[in-house]
Every structure is written in structure tokens, then in C-alpha cells.
Write a protein that binds this ligand. Structure first.
Ligand SMILES: [Mg+2]
Length: 157
């Protein structure tokens, strides 16, 4: 792997109170285990990972403090210091981010909308009353999540 995988910090790798006050450069939330596990898996396979965060974008005093705080968080929660940047480059092959909306390349269609359309088709094809409860829950949760992100979706189940 010659490229690197970017991971946002706040709300992706570490818990963050969305909509809450910024807690300052000396505070990083608790690790979000499923994402930390992805990072560890990539590293274990020899892949390259970077933390991509606006916290280090200003280049000012707060950015330096934030960088040190994040480095310490990395040691504690990942076992090593990861490179930290605020910039994408052409070697970034993937980005994990809680604010990103993924689109189909060259189509301009949000993936969430494509999935909702696929779920509508699934529900229309099957008798929704006979959907296994776990599948129904997952579909409803996904659609609710899309709605929470102010995407235009309709509840289909
Ligand atoms: Mg974030």
C-alpha cells in the first residue's frame, strides 16, 4: 500500500459532543473502539494511517498544543503516534469522517440516497411485515440516521 488512509479525530476516532462547546486543545474524547480497531488492523497489515483534523490547521499555539495532546492520545489508545495533518493529498486513498457525505464518483449522488433507494426497493419487493426484526431495526436506524443528517429521505418501513 503506497497511499494512506485518513481518519478524522473528533466524532470519528474519538467521542465528541456534536453541537457542544469545543473543549480546547488539551481535550480529546474517549476512543471509539470500532474505528480504533480499523486503524489497528490497517497498521498491523503494514498500511499507512494519518489523523486528518482541523485541530492542527491554524499553525498557531493551539495547534501545537492540540498536536501534542493528540499524540499522547494516540500512544494511549493506539499504541503509537500517528502522523497528524490537516491536509489531504494525492496519496490519501480513503477518508473516515463523521461529517463527510460520500458521493458516487462523477455522479454527484450521495451514497446514502442510493442506499435508501435500494432499501425502498428491498422493502417493496419483500413483504415488509415479514422482515426479520433485526433487519427492520437496521433499516429504520439507517434511515433515521440519514434524516438526522438533514438528507432528504422518506421512511419506507
Ligand atoms: Mg469530526
Amino acid at each position: 500500500m503506497t497511499g494512506w488512509v485518513g481518519f478524522d479525530l473528533d466524532g470519528t476516532l474519538a467521542e465528541y459532543d456534536v453541537g457542544g462547546p469545543y473543549m480546547g486543545p488539551r481535550s480529546v474524547g474517549r476512543p471509539i473502539k470500532p474505528v480504533v480497531d480499523v486503524v489497528r488492523s490497517i497498521l498491523a497489515k503494514g498500511g499507512r494511517v494519518k489523523i486528518l483534523t482541523a485541530r492542527v490547521s491554524s499553525g498557531g499555539e493551539d495547534a501545537a498544543t492540540a498536536r501534542k495532546t493528540i499524540e499522547a492520545w494516540c500512544v494511549e489508545n493506539i499504541g503509537e503516534v500517528l502522523p497528524i495533518t490537516s491536509e489531504k493529498d494525492y496519496r490519501m486513498i480513503e477518508l473516515w469522517d463523521d461529517r463527510a457525505v460520500q458521493v458516487l464518483p462523477n455522479e454527484g449522488l450521495p451514497i446514502q440516497d442510493v442506499l435508501v433507494d435500494a432499501l425502498k426497493l428491498l422493502v417493496e419487493t419483500l413483504d415488509s411485515g415479514n422482515l426479520p426484526s433485526g433487519l427492520r431495526y437496521n433499516i429504520e436506524s439507517f434511515i433515521d440516521g440519514c434524516r438526522d443528517r438533514n438528507l432528504t429521505v422518506k421512511k419506507v418501513v
